[in-house]
Design a protein around this ligand. Sequence first.
Ligand code: MN
Length: 242
Amino acid sequence: MATYFVSDLHLKQDQPQITAGFLKFLGETCSGADAVYVLGDLFEYWIGDDAASMLGVGPVLDAMRVRAEQTPCYFIAGNRDFLVRDEFSKASGFKILMDETVVDLYGTPTLLLHGDSLCTDDIAHQEFREQMVTNDQWCDMFLSQPIPQRIEMADMARKQSNQHKTQVSMTIMDVNEQAVLDAFSKYDVNNMIHGHTHRQQVHTYQVDGTTKTRTVLGDWGQTDSHLKVDQATAELSNTSLV
Ligand code: MN
């Protein structure tokens, strides 16, 4: 038995191999799993649970619910899909956890997060988090807009985000190492798992004689990126989607 983690699929209609890969992951890979965690940016964007059908994600939600009927399934929202709410949770069967949640992973307390809260060098992104992602008033305002207006605003935000990515350095968009150490310390854990940076890697840190591990999930494209953890092992791997 094992627990599976994925993030950053950025599901969108023009990348059907990713959707197909996720359906296969849920249906086959996670069959018999102890638990399944999605750590954010499952969707390229999410503009409200009431707009789900317009994004063509019905089959994805159905497959999630089928898995969740058999297996405990959890979702931490990312900076693309931070507007998921109860209706999404009901439709998918995935329980929404707060960003930065500590779970017991086969006896190891493990911090789970999307990861963008660690990217403290990216000032523009932190402003976006403060003004929108973590701002309930802004979220309520956005969700109260008519759907076409929300689509327009989301398109604009995506364009700005893409432009931002070409303007700031790769270093700025990665995690800040001090923020990582602070998170280990704040939550009193030696293990964390996140996505967001799309830089699949297992990092280890020596802190006061203790080894701490930070596993970064990659994004999905030509391959998936998934972490499989069981009692004895943790394996980060890729399966071809094409
Ligand atoms: Mn992200």
